[in-house]
Design a protein around this ligand. Sequence first.
Ligand SMILES: [Zn+2]
Length: 259
Amino acid sequence: MSYAQAVQEAVTALRTIRSRWAELLLAIEEPPADHWPPRQLAHTMREGDDELLVEDRAPLVLREHPAPLNLGALDAGRGVERLVFDLADTLAAAVQRTEQGDPRAWLCADPSAPDSRRATGSRAHGLHWACVWIEGRVQDEDTAPERELDGAVSAPPFEVLPLHLLHEARRTARIAEARVLRALGLDQRETLLPEPCPWCDGELILHSAPDGPPTVACTGGRTCSAPVPLDRTERARVWEWDDLPELIAALGVDIAAAA
Ligand SMILES: [Zn+2]
């Protein structure tokens, strides 16, 4: 794998983790759901929740979870935090040259510190910030000498990431990403829906994949009269993301209750 490709894969994984994190936090507070109807669809219909959570960046490790409804999601979330925070610790130990007062600095947790701020270090800013910080290291940001206001040149706050740590960052980010997607039911999978097609009684299959919204296919194909196009093989009718509300309505599924 080329250097550029490793950077690209690490960055993509880190951004997926960030973009899905609010969803995972919501999932913790809800009973584990089947993957049908798709969780994202329910959330689209409850706009506002995600923004609220993005504001609340406290890491799971510092939060109270008196009665988490989805222990699997909580477990996944804590595991992902551990992976990402530990990775930031490792990278900081290797390439961080800046001082504690620099807002760009990653502060490792110090459990023996007298105050909780130092005990938690940069973990207190939450997973989002940790992912952004790691992305900066993976992209070798702030590795050029800096000119101060008085004209003096100071050493860069970070060194260029050594190749073996770039690969470590890529590997860890992809493991964490897979864990987030699996917990949300967004990994690549096919699930037979409990109800048959309302138009032809054929089997309905939910396709989910990490890189796009889920779709549903009816195996009735041409014999199915559902008002959606056939797929390329012409063996199945397919409800794309925008068509799913119509299918859900036809099936009589209560999406609000399912969410
Ligand atoms: Zn059908």
